[in-house]
Ligand binder design. Structure first.
Ligand code: CA
Length: 264
């Protein structure tokens, strides 16, 4: 079975910020989807998120089609494209750090990132920070990533409830970011993809304004991808729009045409 993927992405500055420091990429040829949320004063967050996304896109484009010898330590538990995505995120971290070294005025910039790379029936999802990936399957919404935030660590440890975490004064403190520590830990997971799956990548500007139930209702509405993206952003702004909001949606369906060709 081959899969057809449709994707749509939108980013909005929100209602209170002067700059949009989020950035996203949809690369249909390599089936790569990325959202990054930059941070740092004087709009340097914009620089960091763009470096990260461009680095990931370029690395995947350069290596995805080639059957080259693997130049890096490969994790044998993961498929090749998952290793590629993980390495791409590590490269993005190196590039952000390199720019900071080159230009001291960029000191303090960093970015979160969440990426999804599809190969065959398997999606690799990699992330650092509090940008998230979700999957809607059979009407049920599942968060695929664990935020690298101080409040989420407290939730996992049982010290805070999810609701307390949402309104906690330290809810924006991320514990991992590209451009932060000298080394970065990248979380990667692999998921089997099914026809009918809908994936969402988003910055915390969305999840700070809309609950998982709100997001689920909009994803399950049966509307077009573009309409859903538009609604997610409009509704985040309607709730206050205190941050930049970025959403990338992709739907996966069986490629009926190709199946038809094969049986003719
Ligand atoms: Ca943000």
């Amino acid at each position: 079975m081959s899969l057809r993927v449709k994707a749509c992405g939108l980013s909005d500055v929100g209602l209170t910020r002067a700059h949009n420091e989020d950035y996203f990429e949809i690369d249909p040829m390599h089936r790569l989807y990325v959202v990054a949320d930059g941070m740092g004063g004087h709009s340097h967050g914009e620089v960091a998120s763009r470096i990260a996304v461009d680095t990931i896109r370029d690395f995947i484009a350069k290596t995805a089609d080639k059957d080259t010898t693997w130049p890096f330590g490969m994790d044998a538990r993961l498929e090749r494209h998952s290793n590629l995505l993980k390495m791409a995120v590590r490269k993005a971290h190196d590039h952000v750090l390199r720019e900071i070294t080159r230009d001291g005025s960029l000191y303090g910039m960093g970015t979160t990132v969440v990426g999804l790379l599809l190969a065959g029936q398997t999606a690799a999802v990699a992330h650092v920070g509090d940008s998230r990936a979700y999957r809607l399957r059979g009407g049920r919404l599942e968060q695929l990533t664990q935020d690298h935030t101080w409040v989420n660590e407290q939730v996992v440890a049982g010290f805070l409830s999810k609701e307390q975490a949402r309104s906690h004064p330290l809810k924006n403190v991320v514990t991992r970011a590209l451009g932060g520590e000298s080394d970065v830990l990248v979380d990667v997971r692999e998921l089997e993809v099914q026809s009918g799956d809908l994936f969402l990548l988003c910055s915390d500007g969305l999840t700070g304004m809309l609950s998982d139930a709100d997001i689920r209702d909009r994803l399950a509405s049966g509307r077009s991808l573009h309409e859903i993206c538009r609604t997610l952003i409009t509704d985040s702004n309607a709730r206050g729009g205190i941050d930049n909001v970025t959403v990338v949606l992709l739907s996966v369906e069986e490629d009926q045409e190709e199946e038809g060709e094969a049986t003719r």
